[in-house]
Design a protein around this ligand. Structure first.
Ligand SMILES: Cc1cc2nc3c(=O)[nH]c(=O)nc-3n(C[C@H](O)[C@H](O)[C@H](O)COP(=O)(O)OP(=O)(O)OC[C@H]3O[C@@H](n4cnc5c(N)ncnc54)[C@H](O)[C@@H]3O)c2cc1C
Ligand SMILES: *[C@@H]1O[C@H](CO)[C@@H](O)[C@H](O)[C@H]1NC(C)=O
Ligand SMILES: *[C@@H]1O[C@H](CO)[C@@H](O)[C@H](O)[C@H]1NC(C)=O
Ligand SMILES: *[C@@H]1O[C@H](CO)[C@@H](O)[C@H](O)[C@H]1NC(C)=O
Ligand SMILES: *[C@@H]1O[C@H](CO)[C@@H](O)[C@H](O)[C@H]1NC(C)=O
Length: 539
């Protein structure tokens, strides 16, 4: 009887499935029934051979075998790659870091629309097979957007980008990389606040914050989102905005992958034609001048909000170099705000007037994929002597690892400028716990690439030492700031707690409300969860 009822219901619901998923309340009660929710998506589990005989959920290999064969039954083998099938190896090699490439999911699922994303969340709940979500795949550590033995949900077929009729906003699906976004928008002389390297994904960058070349004027990516379309734990698809589910909207501005799978990012557009930018490379004798220029531009950022900088102290091929990556939002070379930088003799200079897309391709080429990678994050009050201290400790810790094969290492410095911080209060604020009164802030991103797995332990240790020494020094100098930027943080860093106790509590309350059983905490275990660090064993 129950079977018959469900079959009839399934036929009825098939037609209205999309409507259901988009208009029902996302808040699930204790009587929530995954089977019924799938039926509402047009999926009758009794018609899926392996699911009808679902015997045990205690064996996760078995759970994922069932989940993946169900996905194949529903979506076809071209959208579901299992180990050994064509497409599986070429997919796992598409990540930026080798650590993520080494992870072997049971299957890779490529949804074509938001409702498919809803269905995979529900199938994961039904079978208890865990999942991970990949947008651009640039998070560095293993398991960030990949999952051993589970379902990797690859958003690459969600490539839609549409402009609103007044062209004031762009609705962008998370299969887009920033290069795709910029090239699609540039024919309209428009852009959005997004990533600075061509191959970065829209999904991860936006949910962790998002720093753009234009952030000194418009703020971070998450602060330029008008609304998110998000698949919640119950499979219901909602649009979160300042007026619709505002608590969820707030949480998605910096809260990462803890609240749902975002299927559309509606970003405010800005007018943008050509700009100026590139890299200027300096030798070690110029480091003090570079630090002065970096600090002074950071302090004076409000004087010309078109200006931006990313300055790295680097080590490559036995040489210490500084790279000052300078950008200006207008097609004007050598704007006077950069005069201190431009007076420093440079070894190489690629600055010129160019398109945004072109500049992101230049920075893409200095970040090749196929290498082992680690990224770390620290934030302090902006202080010139501390910049110098970080640079010195970086080279000091580097001494122990310079023989690591293929090592390219940098301590990359940016300023979270006062105008950036002021933009964070827009539309009810974000989850990051930063305020303009504490700015400007120094954002330090130690980052290293190398080739040999045998060097992992000592390279991670050198980074950990650098972070511990700098944090301790900043404490004694009264320059400490708790905030850890998710998009650069390592697996050993506790990001969400760094947003402050009250923001962490608020994020947990939002998660509890929209995901009472913790689907995005336990069935999607990778990356930064609401408590602690992904890996508690800091080297
Ligand atoms: C070379 C390089 C350049 C960078 N440049 C910048 C920069 O200019 N500005 C900046 O702010 N940061 C920058 N970053 C950091 C970057 O923002 C992070 O690495 C970010 O995680 C990348 O996003 P992704 O979509 O490519 O990564 P992914 O690895 O695909 O995703 C990262 C995390 O976000 C989750 N996620 C992705 N999409 C969704 C979604 N739609 N819904 C729910 N969860 C999702 C994933 O599950 C994963 O946990 C850079 C990093 C690198 C390596
Ligand atoms: C789990 O299930 C898989 C696939 O059905 C099977 O090969 C394996 O032996 C099972 N493992 C255990 C411990 O039961
Ligand atoms: C974009 O800007 C250029 C240069 O100002 C102009 O020639 C072109 O017509 C503009 N295109 C659109 C679609 O507005
Ligand atoms: C900008 O400065 C560089 C040297 O730093 C110089 O080569 C170039 O000609 C200048 N461009 C303009 C338009 O002034
Ligand atoms: C960016 O770099 C990646 C990895 O090296 C490469 O596969 C991709 O084609 C590059 N993208 C662009 C637009 O240059």
């Amino acid at each position: 009887m129950k079977v018959l009822t469900r079959t009839i219901l399934s036929l009825l619901f098939l037609a209205v499935a999309e409507t259901w998923a988009q208009y029902a309340s996302p808040l699930e009660g204790e009587d929530f029934d995954v089977v019924e929710a799938l039926l509402n998506n047009g999926v009758n589990v009794l018609e899926i051979p392996t699911l009808a005989s679902l015997a045990t959920r205690s064996n996760s290999t078995n759970a994922c075998s069932i989940a993946c064969s169900s996905l194949r039954f529903l979506f076809g083998s071209s959208n579901v790659n299992v180990q050994g099938s064509p497409g599986y190896d070429s997919f796992t090699s598409l990540y930026w870091s080798v650590q993520q490439e080494e992870v072997e999911p049971y299957c890779i699922f490529k949804p074509s629309k938001n409702l498919d994303v809803s269905t995979v969340v529900l199938l994961s709940r039904l079978t208890q097979c865990p999942f991970a979500v990949k947008s651009g795949g640039h998070a560095a550590f293993a398991g960030s957007s990949s999952i051993q033995g589970g379902i990797t949900v690859a958003l690459e077929n969600l490539k839609g980008l549409t402009l609103s009729s007044d062209k004031r906003s762009a609705s962008i699906e998370p299969g887009n990389l920033w290069y795709d976004v910029y090239t699609k928008l540039e024919s309209h002389n428009l852009t959005v606040i997004g990533g600075r390297v061509a191959g970065i994904g829209v999904g991860g960058l936006t949910l962790g914050g998002g720093i753009s070349f234009f952030s000194n004027q418009y703020g971070w990516t998450c602060d330029n989102i008008q609304s998110f379309e998000v698949v919640t734990a119950s499979g219901i698809i909602v649009t979160a905005s300042p007026t619709n589910y505002p608590d969820l909207y707030w949480a998605l501005r910096g809260g990462g992958n803890n609240f749902g799978i975002v299927t559309k990012f509606n970003l405010k557009t800005i007018s943008q034609g050509l700009m100026w930018g590139g890299s200027r490379i300096h030798l070690e004798d110029q480091f003090p001048a570079v630090i002065n220029a970096f600090y002074n531009l950071g302090v004076n950022s409000a004087q010309d909000t078109a200006a931006a900088q990313i300055t790295s102290f680097a080590y490559t091929q036995n040489t210490r170099l500084a790279s000052a990556d300078l950008q200006y939002a207008k097609p004007i070379a050598n704007a006077s705000i950069f005069s201190e930088y431009l007076a420093i003799p440079s070894l190489q200079d690629t600055t010129k007037v160019r398109s945004l897309a072109d500049l992101t391709v230049q920075f893409n080429s200095s970040n090749p994929d196929g290498l082992r990678e680690t990224y770390w994050a620290m934030t302090f009050k902006l202080d010139k002597d501390l910049v110098s201290y970080v640079k010195d400790v970086f080279y000091d810790e580097l001494a122990a690892i310079t023989d690591a094969e293929g090592l390219v290492a940098a301590a990359t410095m940016q300023v979270i400028t006062v105008p950036q911080l002021q933009n964070m209060v827009k539309n009810g604020g974000n989850a990051l716990g930063l305020s303009a009164s504490s700015g400007p802030l120094l954002l330090v991103n130690p980052n290293m690439m190398w080739t040999n797995i045998a060097d992992d332990t000592r390279i991670l240790k050198a980074n950990s030492n650098l972070v511990k020494r700098t944090v301790a020094e900043a404490n004694t100098r009264g320059l400490a700031v708790d905030y850890i930027y998710m998009n650069y943080a390592s697996q050993f860093q506790a990001v969400v707690p760094s947003y402050g106790a009250s923001n962490q509590a608020r994020l947990k309350a939002v998660a509890k409300k929209y995901d009472p059983v913790g689907v995005f905490q336990t069935l999607q275990p990778g990356y930064f969860k609401l408590d602690g660090a992904p890996d508690p064993n800091m080297p």
